[in-house]
Design a protein around this ligand. Sequence first.
Ligand SMILES: Cc1cc2nc3c(=O)[nH]c(=O)nc-3n(C[C@H](O)[C@H](O)[C@H](O)COP(=O)(O)O)c2cc1C
Length: 437
Amino acid sequence: MVNGTCNRLRKNKAKPGRAGVSGGRRWGSSLRKTRETKPIWGGVSSVKTGKAVVGASNFTLYTSNSAEGHPCNTTAALALPVGGCYGESMNERPVGLKLGSLSLDVPFFQASLSGYSDHSMRALARRFGCPFALTDVMLAKSVAHPAVLAKAMFRPGDDEHPVGAQILGKTPTTMAKAARDLVAVGYDVIDLNCACPAPKVLRRGRGGALLDHPDTAIEILQAVRDAVSCPVLMKLRIGFSHSFQSQDNFWEIVTRVIEQGVDALVIHGRTVSERFRGKADWDAVAAVKARFPAATIIGSGDVFDASATVELMKRTGLDGFVVARGAIGNPWIFRDLRCLWEGRPLPPPPNLAEQRLIMLEHLDRILASPSAKNRVRGSRGGHPEKWGIGYFRKFMIYYVRRHPKRKQVVQTLIKARTRAEVEAGINAWYNGEALHD
Ligand SMILES: Cc1cc2nc3c(=O)[nH]c(=O)nc-3n(C[C@H](O)[C@H](O)[C@H](O)COP(=O)(O)O)c2cc1C
């Protein structure tokens, strides 16, 4: 299998939380106070005190004190020069994010989500205002095989640029070849996975295991950096564990990859050992930005509520954030985020009619996707419709969270075996009358 390496995560651990963006954790509070641990995140008073982190970030600044009225209603406001820091005013906030040579007009994008972030999810995200998205993780060893990238399902769609490919592996030459091949088929950005906590990945020394092997992680970056000229990102967690050694390794990796010219670090605010437990520690991610203000540092973890992100960015001084579980069955999060970050009022939540349309659109995108077409002739075979309905179910479970009678809706839709049955079920539940018994 090329991707889906982290699929195991979704079985029971990866449940979207209901709370907003976390960050309520106090400074260093995530650390277990045992003899073998030490706090690594101390010393960034700006986060502790809530004051501005000053540094050469990539943000442009938006100031609502403009004499012209609401500046984000104008294109010019979005093209303000790079500011480099947050201002004192509560009304100042960053817009835009630079990933090396790639400039995004808003400071967020869709994360890599194994088993979810395929063509259809990425396309929907883009349609709702997400400026850039990453593929699910792909195993570099498989990508390097010419037959793999011959399949459309592993190549970027013509209509989805810019799009990034994430790769997983531990051998620098293999990672470099995979990166080169992915760029050759059209990917605009390469993201190196040093974060995946799946046991089978760790056992092979890949993903999150690299966090305890700084030399290998650096060699991978160097090899990939030399192989491609596009932006290269690295996905990290805040260490393999909270042990002394892991924390030293984490800082060594961060320091050296920044020296080596990584274009951005995307850091999930949990350790590999924590997997998805507890709340993401955004203060820990902020500590990296505080120590390396000129580097592009992007946070990840528990972004479920668009409205919490502006304050989160102000508080942490980070350059941006990624949306992961919060986007599953919820492309509206990108519409909301774009409105907020462009200074427009939040639209009302989607009504049942809109939810109905988007669920059907998502289903149809899946059925028309290269992954579904691949079922006809793929070695695993399977009927495209049957496969597509099964695959859509994963998203359906999340879409129906908005429905006031979610249990009954799930019970209906889970039984559907054909597109027509799914549509009939959606039509039955997503109309005004469905709310009344
Ligand atoms: C089902 C699932 C699959 C994931 N797959 C990947 C992946 O392939 N590559 C990666 O770097 N991170 C992956 N992640 C981690 C997310 O990108 C993100 O960093 C993490 O979920 C924290 O963000 P969240 O709390 O907002 O979901 C995955 C997470 C989940 C829940």
